[in-house]
Design a protein around this ligand. Structure first.
Ligand SMILES: CC(C)(COP(=O)(O)OP(=O)(O)OC[C@H]1O[C@@H](n2cnc3c(N)ncnc32)[C@H](O)[C@@H]1OP(=O)(O)O)[C@@H](O)C(=O)NCCC(=O)NCCS
Length: 305
């Protein structure tokens, strides 16, 4: 489709394969529904037990209603309310922290957080600097209360709207509604100034993870797993290096899925789940459009299933 080579893609990004959702009228919810159904089955939870579902996405099925509502309906969550959140590639950690607050207040007992994106719907397959990166996926986690100090322990979340110029979609929103002109100008796709985003991503993701680790007296020995947003293998490596964490403690799935935006972190947790133990110290870290970024300290709550 574009002038590129496998060698360039592999060495500059670490990506080998991606998954693309195909078929007519298949939106992000299709993958979200599958993820939620799988989660309910695995955790032996009945759909009617779920109180709330938050879906983080930049590619909702429609501008409204929320994809969270569509997923809940098709997964049978008849007692759940929910909404979408958009914090670009940091969306999943923002939603995770939001969901955990509702648990901590004691108001709700079972909350599902879904990170899902059909990036292929907003990627310009004539733009070689973005079309080689993104893929489609969804992942979901279940949040429940406990008295053992497990789960979401702490987080640092940040945003800086001056990053808008480097990573955005030009049209389709209220500022530039869809028109023949915007379609002809290919403005309904991801626009990214890759090398600028790369620099911000490396320094901000590493800074915030280091700050959170220091706050909890954590170091390379006491952190069991680093789960970075999967945007580029070189960004993942730089974040791990800053924290002094060995490669074998870093969850890496970018080779198989590419950058799936809101799905990268739950997807990584799902791929590595059989290796996780109750009480493991896990640092999540993300960076994305906005700019948005942050780090979350999680103590894993389950033994392998
Ligand atoms: C997009 C990204 C992979 C590009 O890699 P890069 O090393 O920064 O490359 P640059 O954009 O500086 O481009 C370098 C050269 O490669 C070229 N190039 C870009 N894409 C290419 C491709 N697919 N194949 C071959 N060459 C390519 C550019 O045209 C440029 O050529 P030039 O020097 O002749 O102008 C990288 O910048 C990146 O991962 N950015 C961060 C993405 C991110 O973290 N996003 C966060 C939210 S999702």
């Amino acid at each position: 489709m574009v002038e590129t080579t496998d060698e360039w893609i592999t060495t500059r990004t670490g990506i080998k394969e991606r998954r693309i959702l195909k078929g007519k009228d298949q939106g992000t919810s299709v993958m979200g529904i599958e993820a939620v159904k799988g989660l309910l089955k695995k955790t032996k939870t009945r759909p009617e037990e779920i109180d709330m579902l938050i879906c983080s996405t930049v590619t909702p099925d429609m501008m409204f209603p929320a994809t969270a509502n569509i997923i809940s309906h098709h997964a049978g969550l008849i007692n759940a309310f929910g909404y979408d959140m958009n914090a670009a590639c940091s969306g999943f950690i923002y939603a995770l922290v939001t969901g955990s607050q509702f648990i901590e207040t004691g108001k709700y007992r079972k909350i599902i957080v879904v990170g899902a994106d059909k990036m292929s719907s907003i990627v310009d397959y004539t733009d070689r600097s973005t079309c080689i990166i993104f893929g489609d996926a969804a992942g979901a986690v279940l949040l429940e209360p406990n008295n053992d100090g497990l789960g979401v322990i702490d987080s640092i979340l940040k945003s800086d709207g001056s990053g808008e110029q480097f990573l955005h979609m030009k049209a389709g929103g209220s500022r530039r509604p869809p028109s023949h002109e915007t379609v002809d100008a290919r403005e309904h796709y991801v626009y990214q100034e890759g090398s600028s985003v790369f620099k911000f991503a490396v320094s901000n993701m590493a800074d915030v993870s280091e700050e959170l680790a220091k706050k909890h007296n954590m170091n390379a020995d006491t952190i069991d797993w680093l789960v970075p947003h999967q945007a580029n293998l070189r960004i993942i490596d730089a974040t791990a290096r800053r924290l002094g964490i060995n490669h074998d403690k870093v969850m890496i799935v970018i080779e198989k899925y590419g950058n799936t935006t809101n799905a990268t972190i739950p997807l990584a947790l799902w791929e590595y789940e059989s290796r996780l133990k109750k009480g493991d110290n896990i640092m999540l870290a993300a960076f994305g459009g906005g700019f948005t970024w942050g780090s979350v300290y999680v103590k894993w709550a389950l033994n392998p299933v």
